[in-house]
Design a protein around this ligand. Structure first.
Ligand code: PHE
Ligand code: NA
Length: 454
């Protein structure tokens, strides 16, 4: 029988799928967001909860997304629909894909603003602007960037165009090649930075901050943030991994590839934390400094290293690339759907979507200057996009994907797609996806709601 393939293309091998999905997973979530939310939420206890969420919730849901995508062989919206119908259920399950595509656009809008900061730092490092910069100057420099909407707009626009250009080219070409070269380079540079942070004299303090378990630091809100981040960092709950799964060869094993992707993503986050916190403590900076953490600590570190502006330049280039390969996957579900639905080419589909993201992004970058006073529930627009997606839409999307895979999809389909040699693995996953993941997500939501109301 001829293998059914997606009209959008297919990865040429299992390894390309792993690299592409790792490209989606490894991004600003690991290098920018993980260190600063760990700092804001007190360190070690938060990290532990996050790791538990990855293992018990993230990995089983990632398996489900890849499985549904590969079975449906279309955009998440249409894959959800077809797999539901194939299992004898209503086509309304496509709603999960819809909410996911919307979340992708919303995440992209603030993601692109941060990626724009990264591009600005690439240019600054290339110029030698940060040579010998102290922590105070580095802080001021970041603040003045945030206060300057025109500069922010230039770099935000540049990033949106970069992403559009690749997605317009299709799945196979630009993305595959870029990931294959850039991902290994990212790992090498991350370890160089780690090596540097070991020489700051505060490595132990940074390590302690990340891994010392102090339960008194934990709040229910921190647990929600950890859960939300486990979805965000693995690109789950909104269809990116489902879309990538729809291009995966049938003969590749889903379980093994997913474990590999989750492992790499977790490794990068921990190494980024181990690289950044010692620098924070060595320079008496505040670990709870928020979104600016990386943009202040890294220039300080690189500014003092011999030849540091070269490393700094390369490092910010690589963060930009990591952000770039992730943002591509934020756009892919909606673009694939538009191509399927309207029979249009990728170029117009990307242009329409890019324009929407770009406009929303202006409101995000304005949150730091001309729209600073616009607040909903105490959050500016940037924070609102982040909060609504990472802490609400992704976990809810993940909850419904878990319920769908665990309770609605026919067992014969599950077993056929997973084709696990060992039945035990299948049942371990099945228990996690039917019970553990949905109960954990629902319980964390309920407790937070209760605490907010009480
Ligand atoms: N996983 C990416 C990161 O860690 C962000 C992302 C979220 C990408 C959701 C795609 C979908 O930066
Ligand atoms: Na990530």
């Amino acid at each position: 029988m001829q293998e059914k393939l997606s009209i959008h293309g297919a990865w040429t091998s299992r390894w390309i799928f792993i690299l592409a999905a790792t490209g989606s997973a490894v991004g600003l979530g690991n290098i920018w967001k993980f260190p600063y939310i760990t700092g804001e939420n007190g360190g070690g206890a938060f990290v532990l909860v996050y790791l538990v969420c990855i293992l018990l919730v993230g990995i089983p849901i990632m398996v489900s997304e890849v499985l549904i995508g590969r079975r449906g062989r279309q955009s998440p919206i249409n894959s959800m629909k077809d797999v539901a119908v194939e299992s004898g259920h209503t086509s309304r399950w496509s709603l999960v894909g819809w909410v996911g595509a919307l979340a992708g656009v919303m995440i992209f809008s603030f993601y692109s603003v941060v990626a724009g900061w990264v591009l600005y730092y690439v240019a600054g490092m290339g110029n030698g602007d940060f040579i010998d910069i102290g922590s105070e100057m580095a802080g001021k420099r970041f603040e003045s960037l945030l206060g300057d909407p025109e500069t922010l707009l230039i770099w935000h626009s540049a990033f949106v165009v970069m992403v559009m250009a690749v997605v317009a080219g299709g799945v196979n070409k630009g993305l595959e090649r870029a990931t294959r070269i850039m991902m290994p380079a990212l790992f090498v540079l991350l370890f160089i930075l780690l090596g540097y942070s070991m020489t700051t004299g505060a490595f132990g303090q940074g390590f302690d901050f990340l891994f010392h378990f102090d339960p008194s630091q934990l709040s229910w809100n921190a647990v929600l943030v950890a859960l939300g981040h486990s979805f965000f960092t693995l690109s789950l709950g909104m269809g990116s991994i489902m879309a990538y799964g729809s291009y995966m060869p049938k003969k590749a094993s889903i379980g093994g590839t997913v474990l590999m992707i989750a492992l790499l993503d977790t490794l990068v986050a921990l190494v980024a934390g181990l690289a950044i916190f010692p620098i924070v403590f060595a320079n008496q900076l505040d670990p709870g400094a928020g979104p600016g953490l990386m943009f202040i600590t890294l220039p300080v570190a690189f500014g003092q290293m011999p030849g540091g502006h070269i490393f700094g330049f390369l490092f910010f280039v690589l963060i930009a690339v990591a952000a770039w390969t992730s943002a591509i996957s934020l756009m892919e579900p909606a673009v694939a759907w538009m191509v399927e639905k309207f029979g249009i080419k990728r170029v117009p589909a990307c242009s329409i979507l890019g324009l929407i993201v770009w406009t929303l992004g202006i409101a995000c970058l304005g949150s730091f200057n001309f729209m600073a006073d616009f607040k909903i529930a105490g959050m500016n627009f940037f924070d609102l996009m982040d909060f609504a997606t990472a802490n609400i839409m992704l976990p809810l999307g993940g909850l419904f994907i878990a319920l769908f895979a665990g309770w609605k999809v026919k067992q014969t389909i599950l077993k056929n797609e997973l084709s696990l040699q060992n039945e035990l693995w299948f049942y371990a996953w099945y228990v996690a996806i039917r019970y553990i993941a949905p109960v954990a997500v629902a319980a964390i939501f309920a407790l937070n709601l209760y605490n907010k109301l009480a």
